[in-house]
Design a protein around this ligand. Structure first.
Ligand code: ATP
Length: 355
């Protein structure tokens, strides 16, 4: 048995009917609606402004119906309407970032996964406490600029798609940094980036057992990040700076990757530690999460970030991935979310996967 995350009152709107998979039209929503449809669940798309016209171009992923709001922050005003429709909200990057983790946490509609996790993810210090106390290796963190003893990356809080990050190859170069908000200074890790798409199911009693359930690996990607990924064309960061261009990490797309098979063990151990610690700290992280890290040439995997919901890199694998095919062919992350809702409902365990 997993941990109960939702009260009976919170789930009252779902009694006697299949839940309606609901999310904001953006990010990975086409995949989420497509997956729900494959599992026989109804869908609602919340559109900001008006429904995106290009959804008409994807009939197998277009939601059954749309609700519209003027701005993201008006979504909580739809709560009554959403409960009447038997909605289950599926968080994704844009939904949580534009509404705000705090507001999302308060919304009075069932949410897929444990909403408690968003408060841990959205605060870089709390996130680090969680990961470090789980025993996960992370890039070194400097409390002050005077401690810096190598290349660093300076980051602002929140998922801003790497906007405004500052790179400095040493302490002297860091003197040029002019902060515009709360930030952290981190060791710049040299290596290869991997964004690993996990799913934790508290319901499953097979596979790679972790906590009360099991951990599944559904895919992996690497992000295309403008303009840093094009740096090699100019040779070095200095060349870009001479041209008056600061390196940025604005995500513009994703490419598929696989890991050397022998490194999979390491990756699973990292995922398992993060889930186990989440159970101790706040009742557990349920459903999709992405471990974002850098594999160094010493084959150490240093985790710089965790996203505790579906990430856009999963859009690569709408018809399955080299990993999810070994679990069940044709399973996207969106479909896996819908499957978990269907399985939990059939077992009378919706309160373990919804909050
Ligand atoms: P998002 O939430 O959209 O993932 P973010 O604003 O939280 O973005 P991070 O994911 O922490 O930012 O970092 C953005 C990018 O910066 C990463 O994808 C990676 O390319 C690079 N990066 C982050 N941390 C490090 C590090 N310690 N060493 C080297 N590169 C890093």
């Amino acid at each position: 048995m997993g941990v109960p995350l939702a009260s009976d009152a919170r789930l009252a709107s779902l009694e006697g009917r299949p839940p309606t998979v609901t999310t904001v039209c953006s990010h990975s929503s086409l995949q989420i609606f497509h997956g729900a449809r494959l599992e026989g669940l109804p869908t609602i798309g919340i559109a900001v402004g008006k429904p995106p016209r290009f959804y008409d171009a994807f009939p197998r992923a277009r939601p059954d119906r749309f609700l519209t709001v003027e701005r993201h922050r008006n979504v909580p005003a739809l709560a009554e309407q959403l409960r009447q429709a038997g909605a289950v909200l599926v968080p994704h990057g844009s939904f949580v970032e534009y509404l705000g983790a705090e507001e999302f946490g308060k919304i009075d509609v069932p949410v897929f996964g444990n909403r408690e996790v968003l408060a841990w993810e959205s605060d870089r210090r709390r996130e680090r406490d969680w990961l470090e106390s789980a025993g996960v290796e992370m890039p070194k963190r400097y409390e002050t600029a005077s401690e810096v003893d190598g290349p660093v990356i300076v980051k602002y809080y929140g998922a801003k798609g790497g906007k405004g990050f500052f790179l400095a190859k040493n302490r002297e170069a860091l003197e040029d940094f002019r902060p515009t908000g709360p930030y952290v200074i981190q060791e710049y890790v040299l290596g290869t980036r991997y964004y690993v798409h996990f799913f934790y199911s508290p319901l499953s009693d097979r596979g790679y057992r972790v906590g009360h359930g099991s951990l599944e690996l559904l895919g992996m990607d690497r992000r295309d990040e403008a303009n840093i990924d094009e740096l090699y064309k100019l040779g070095a960061q200095e060349e870009l700076l001479k041209a008056g261009i600061r390196p940025t990490f604005v995500v513009t797309g994703n490419v598929p990757v696989v890991l050397r098979e022998s490194l999979l063990e390491k990756i699973f151990e990292v995922g398992a530690k993060i889930v186990e610690r989440s159970i101790e700290l706040f009742g557990g992280m349920v459903g999709p999460f992405c471990v974002e890290g850098i594999m160094t040439e010493e084959l150490q995997f240093k985790v710089f970030e965790i996203s505790t919901r579906i990430v856009a890199g999963t859009n690569l694998y709408i018809s399955g991935s080299p990993y999810s095919d070994l679990l069940e062919p044709g399973t996207s992350m969106g479909r896996r979310i819908a499957q978990e809702i269907v399985r939990a409902r059939a077992a009378g365990r919706l309160n373990e996967v919804l909050s």
